[in-house]
Design a protein around this ligand. Structure first.
Ligand SMILES: [Mg+2]
Length: 406
């Protein structure tokens, strides 16, 4: 029998539950943290920010026999949601030591340990959680999509962004994307006079092909009055409205007056909020991001809730490279196709690819699962991300922790 010894701190509440040490062949012994810039290839405008060069955080979670699981988290911009890429790396200084010595297969333990060590900071938790799924898949010689219950789609529908621009440019972009096989368009709006948004919505609708879905995403950018006015002005257009206002209270206020389905993104922060918004009838669907929810373990629970309640959801990145993209596609493939809003991957918007051969790529509007092997299906080389910015080792945790910068 492998040695089992409680780690400290190992107590949860008043119970006697301890996080047991991982088996000799499956124990997290080292965690390395890297950062890599992902420059946008063209202007990417949202209502509250323009994406330039986010620095993605990549983690290598190493187990006792040297197997490496990869995870990643990246925020498009610091205005986009209450998180910051430097903050992700800083949170790992607390989160990584908390899971050293644990069995990555026991994802409940891993996530409970992270939750006990640090409230919030779901992006750092997501990177470590995804890495554990990748590591476990490699150890069991199984793809992550199978660990998640199995694919219900061979190819995952993706959706593409038409950034904030003039009506003419928005229509040209929409036409180009549709000519490339894209059938789901997300038109960004907000942050300017609403007559300009209304004109862009009509311009895109005018070039829309039969079967092309349109969501207008404001990223929290309108007031309640503006959202209602836009919905009325576009009442004859079949579309959904994604996160038109900043808060759940504002969305509850406008919901009865909207002429369009309401999709909730930024304020769908955890499963409790999502359950509440489903049961109240507020949300007709969700835009969900792995990093905001805290990784694949949290997304799996939300997926099961959404599918059981027949609530459409997406499986998105907040930005990022092949690692988080592979995780999004794996989760996205397990959705009931009827209730999938697709996946959003950042790779068309930046030039950096970690695995040219196997990284998820979009063709004709669909993304396929990476086929590079078990786990997330990527082939990554030790050292390909340069020198780590921090290394956490199990032996004498605090003493062995080194950080070059945060
Ligand atoms: Mg959105």
């Amino acid at each position: 029998m492998p040695m089992v010894a409680p780690l400290s701190p190992g107590s949860l509440g008043r119970g006697t539950v301890s996080y047991e040490r991982g088996r000799d062949d499956m124990t997290i012994t080292e965690i390395r943290v890297y950062k890599t810039p992902l420059a946008a290839v063209s202007t990417y405008n949202m209502s509250n920010s323009t994406v330039s060069t986010p620095e993605s955080t990549i983690v290598e979670v190493v187990d006792s026999d040297g197997t490496i699981g990869y995870g990643e988290a990246c925020l498009a911009s610091p205005q986009f949601q209450p998180a910051h890429n430097d903050g992700v790396r800083s949170s790992l200084s607390v989160l990584a030591p908390a899971i050293l010595g644990l069995d990555p297969l026991k994802l409940n333990h891993v996530n409970a340990a992270m939750g006990a060590a640090l409230d919030g900071h779901t992006e750092g938790k997501a990177a470590l959680d995804i890495a554990c799924w990748d590591l476990v898949g490699k150890k069991l010689d199984l793809p992550v999509v199978d660990l998640l219950g199995g694919a219900q789609m061979d190819e995952v529908t993706t959706y593409h962004v038409v950034g904030i621009s003039s009506p003419e440019v928005a229509a040209e972009t929409a036409e180009r994307l549709q000519s490339e096989g894209i059938t789901r368009l997300q038109l960004k709006a907000g942050g300017r006079p609403i007559h300009e948004d209304i004109a862009s919505i009509h311009a895109v609708d005018a070039v829309r092909r039969p079967g092309t879905d349109l969501a207008v995403d404001t990223n929290r950018g309108w007031s309640t009055v503006e959202a209602i006015q836009v919905s009325n002005a576009c009442a004859n257009i079949t579309m959904s409205m994604e996160q038109p206002c900043a808060t759940e209270a504002e969305l509850l206020h406008i919901k009865p007056q909207l002429r369009h389905p309401l999709v909730v993104d930024e304020v769908s922060t955890d499963i409790r909020a999502i359950a509440r918004m489903i049961s109240s009838g507020l949300a007709d669907g969700f835009g969900l991001k792995l990093s905001r929810l805290g990784g694949l373990t949290a997304m799996r629970a939300v997926r099961d809730l959404c599918m059981a309640t027949r609530t459409p959801m997406s499986s998105d990145e907040a930005w990022g490279g092949d690692i988080v993209a592979a995780a999004c596609v794996a989760l996205g493939a397990t959705l009931n196709p009827q209730f999938s809003r697709g996946a959003w991957l950042a790779h068309p918007y930046h030039q950096v690819h970690y695995d040219e051969a196997n990284g998820p790529r979009i063709a004709n509007g669909f993304a396929t699962l990476p086929a590079g092997g078990p786990g997330l299906g990527l082939v990554l080389e030790e050292g390909q991300f340069g020198d780590p910015v921090a290394v956490y080792r199990e032996q004498a945790k605090a003493a062995s922790t080194t950080e070059r910068c945060s």
